[in-house]
Design a protein around this ligand. Structure first.
Ligand code: 4AD
Ligand code: MG
Length: 430
């Protein structure tokens, strides 16, 4: 008898098979137990008939509870009336562990209750579908980077300095000194870019975000990419191709999952190159014209990003921000030093900033000047300045927030569902 997964049922119709998984729902009509079964790869209804199974199987079936772990032996057949398409005529049933009363029922639960039970909530079909989309997004991102010639060079999480300012740093003891959890691996992959040309990293990053929004986690995954001899426009070309490719491939590979999540995929089908590129000044004008007041020189908040994103049918790059709202490493625009060569990629449908990217300062003197203005501790950045001493070249890169991308692709209300165990300002459990 073959041991198979539910996802392989179609190839084993009429044959006796063994399935290992969990009973996610139960219904009984005296001498028949209808057992809705899942194994992580799919779902199927098992029919346990008192007449057809041995006595121990029947006893265990009659006594089954939701989320008990079970092993079924039986014969699958097509069943048009079943939402799963197939049914299993069960021959034997063995309970591995009889579950206690499962805390998550069919009734509506509040979000705090679900978050407290995140370790169990992730078993629900919607959460399973989201986690599968996340897996596919990561796979597609890595595949894209590989195909484009980017080399994975992961950056450290424990660092002596900050990359994105000091307001959101997590500090930790590091023997007799201090360390900070990385906010982005950018500075380190600027170094590996001078070794390998085109590089990326992909890992957890940390920000002590003091705001409660639907877009901010304190621990999130970032893909940083960096390429030598690439300027700001070329940097946007890479991002545009990456997002369009990943979104279209995920649409194909995750059609079933997106249907479970009830994502309207029409807006995603539109995500094709080219994406509009709007200068910051023009974006501010557009906002004001649309009745959203914004002063020239200030940064966009979530609301402004939402209004902007709704003006376009695909992601939009906002470029050339004021240098006053960005970090120390941004290359100024030639002849217009108050503006920098950068781009924020804003997702459609109000999902906010997905990627932040820029051309980096490659001139030693200018970088030293900017670091002084930012009062950065020189000794901790000496190695970073070395990159401008030994074969410095124009270079650019970007950082993509994985959970923001997954939230948008899945059409979720909050970024907390886009990661298995979200970390938020008010939550570090489970
Ligand atoms: O725009 P950010 O701050 O850019 C950087 O960190 C650069 N050093 C990246 C680079 O050029 N290599 O962050 C990049 C992206 C944002 O666009 C957003 O998608 C995501 O990281 N992000 C967050 N995602 C979830 N929760 C948070 N608190 C996030 N903060 C940033
Ligand atoms: Mg940003």
């Amino acid at each position: 008898m073959k041991k198979i997964s539910v996802s392989d049922i179609a190839q084993h119709l009429g044959q006796e098979v063994e399935l290992k998984g969990w009973a996610f729902n139960l219904r009984s009509s005296g001498s028949i137990v209808f057992l809705q079964f899942r194994d992580g790869t799919g779902r199927i209804q098992g029919v346990v008939s008192k007449k057809e199974v041995d006595a121990p199987s029947w006893e265990q079936a009659a006594d089954l509870t939701i989320e008990s772990s079970v092993v079924l032996v039986g014969t699958p057949k097509e069943e048009a009336r079943s939402p799963f398409g197939y049914e299993l005529d069960v021959k034997t049933l063995t309970v591995v562990q009889k579950a206690e009363e499962f805390p998550i029922g069919k009734k509506e639960h509040g979000i705090e209750f679900l978050m407290d039970h995140r370790h169990l909530w992730i078993r629900s079909p919607r959460q399973v579908a989201i986690l599968r989309v996340r897996d596919e997004v990561v796979w597609q991102l890595r595949k894209f980077m590989k195909e484009e010639g980017f080399v994975l060079t992961d950056s450290p999480i424990l660092t002596p300095t900050s990359c994105e300012g000091t307001t959101t740093l997590f500090e930790t003891e590091y023997f007799d000194t201090k360390a900070y959890l990385a906010q982005s691996g950018q500075l380190y992959i600027e170094a590996t870019a001078s070794a390998l040309g085109k590089v990326y990293d992909f890992g957890p990053t940390f920000r002590a975000e003091k705001s409660k929004t639907r877009r901010h986690l304190t621990e999130f995954w970032m893909l940083d990419a960096e390429a030598a001899y690439v300027e700001n426009d070329g940097n946007m070309d890479i991002q545009e191709k990456m997002i369009a490719t990943v979104v279209q491939n995920v649409l194909t590979e995750c059609a079933d999952e997106l249907a479970v999540i009830e994502r309207d995929v029409k807006p995603l089908l539109q995500v094709q190159s080219p994406f509009p590129r709007i200068r910051y000044d023009e974006a501010v004008e557009k906002l004001n014209a649309a009745g959203t007041k914004m002063e020239l020189g200030s940064d966009f908040g979530g609301d402004e990003e939402t209004v902007l994103s709704k003006m376009y049918d695909r992601p939009v790059f906002i470029t050339h921000y004021p240098k006053s709202v960005k970090g120390f490493y941004f290359q100024p625009e030639e002849g217009n030093p108050e503006r920098v060569l950068n781009s924020d990629l804003i997702a459609p449908e109000g999902y906010g900033e997905m990627i932040g990217g820029s051309q980096r300062i490659h001139d030693l003197k200018l970088l030293e000047k900017r670091m002084k203005e930012f009062k950065l501790p020189r000794k901790d950045f000496e190695w970073y300045l070395d990159l401008r001493r030994y074969g410095s070249v124009p270079h650019s890169g970007f950082g993509l927030g994985l959970e923001r991308l997954v939230t948008w692709i899945c059409g979720l209300e909050h970024v907390r569902e886009a990661i298995p165990f979200p970390r938020l300002i008010n939550r570090i459990r489970p």
